[in-house]
Design a protein around this ligand. Sequence first.
Ligand SMILES: Cc1cc2nc3c(=O)[nH]c(=O)nc-3n(C[C@H](O)[C@H](O)[C@H](O)COP(=O)(O)OP(=O)(O)OC[C@H]3O[C@@H](n4cnc5c(N)ncnc54)[C@H](O)[C@@H]3O)c2cc1C
Length: 477
Amino acid sequence: MGRLPREVRGKPRSVRPDTMHTMTGPTLNRDYERRPYWHATMPSLHARSGRQLPDIVDVAIVGGGYTGVAAARKLALQGAKAVLLEARTLGYGASSRNGGIIHPGFKWGPRTLVKRYGPELARAIYGESMEAFELVSGLIRDNDIDAELRPNGWLELAWAPSHFDHFADEAAALAPWGTRARIVEKARLREEIGTDAYHGGLAVEPGGILHPGKWFAGLVGLAERAGADLHEATPVLAIRRQADGRFVVETSRGAILARDVLVATNGYTDGAVPSVRRRIVPIVSSIIATEPLPEDLAHEVSPTGRAYFDTKNFLSYWHVSADRRVIFGGRVSFLPQSPERTARALFDRMLAIHPQVAGYRVEYSWGGNVAMTFDRMPHIGRLGGIMHAVGYSGTGVLMSTYLGTRAAEWLGGGEPPALAMLRFRLVPAPYEGRPWFLPFIGEAFRLQDRLAVRGVAPPGRSGPTPAASADESAQGQ
Ligand SMILES: Cc1cc2nc3c(=O)[nH]c(=O)nc-3n(C[C@H](O)[C@H](O)[C@H](O)COP(=O)(O)OP(=O)(O)OC[C@H]3O[C@@H](n4cnc5c(N)ncnc54)[C@H](O)[C@@H]3O)c2cc1C
């Protein structure tokens, strides 16, 4: 836990994050734990493996993250007989590994949403992301869940001057949709964040940060209190439709007959439902967590306690946790990387943005899969009769709980959400789960990031990219 010796602490520098590979900076300690910091600090969940499976259910849910557990809770409240089948342990996927950033909105800002979907649908879709924020913060508040919710908003940071030029338009477009957004000139950035590495920012509310593991444990508690039937160590292997329209859900522990199936496997989608897998590209996103910083330094890094992310395709996202650690995440590469190289790359990038953190140890390093879709939007709907709620593309902490809940309501006879209107396209390449094309996309993104800084390329984005925050870009997380 102690600080590194003074000689390896870097002098405060102010360098741009893209210069990090040319620096010989402080050394990353090697004794960090290779597991999510959240796992070390969340309530332990009791084992739910080996219990007898039902033979017949109304709904079988595949996947035990926020989406699946939220759906199981809602279905139980509606009085349906549902079973949740998780291949490993509850929360094994992104739901206990993410950056904890909660932000209404999507990868695309209002103007792009309107251009793509028309004013009515765009507004309805955006409204659903606001409802998602209300749902999650309301569940936490009303049920006294200790999820370290800090709704202080978020700050998007302009990687290139052209990105900052976009912010004023975005702020104006967000206002009529009920979102307060204000640009922060470079000269005033230090009032919001302890760095000079960016060309300005866009401060947005509502939104903020939570502890993903504590929130997940809280959601599991709500689901079980509602009577949800949750099973671990039960991978679904295949799903067949019978002549009577019902589904045979083959698991490693036997078959279940279900009237409906909900696929909630996001970035961990395997071959059990090939039609969903062909529409999702899993991308690794990684995070490091430092030791707790002294109070004054934590305040210097994050005077307003917001969530941060930048406008790069190879985005970074970060915040200071409730116990004053820098939780710093990002996409490091589209090629497979060793955990050590990934941690080192994130460490260098963090110090390039916040040189004042040099000398503080990294205590945790981990990664997980996010799900990217062709249009970088979440999708809910039916394929071959099987319902899915997947592809969150950077908005999953809020949208997964929301779409899991809406899927349950839809299955119970309620209205589908507006997001169900979006066409869920196939990944436009021959693809059966091994994303061979990612290195090519990675190189294009890298080039776009470099050119944007020099002002010779259009911005690699069309508006606030909260999505980029974590699950995406196929930015992140
Ligand atoms: C490092 C990282 C940082 C992130 N940061 C943010 C952030 O700051 N903000 C944000 O909004 N989003 C973020 N995300 C994304 C967000 O965490 C996800 O969108 C969200 O958790 C998705 O939840 P889910 O329940 O749909 O899927 P997951 O939580 O991934 O759960 C899917 C589950 O399905 C199970 N499964 C797969 N196949 C089968 C099968 N055949 N049978 C049974 N079970 C199966 C898996 O084991 C897994 O547990 C981040 C993600 C990562 C990895």
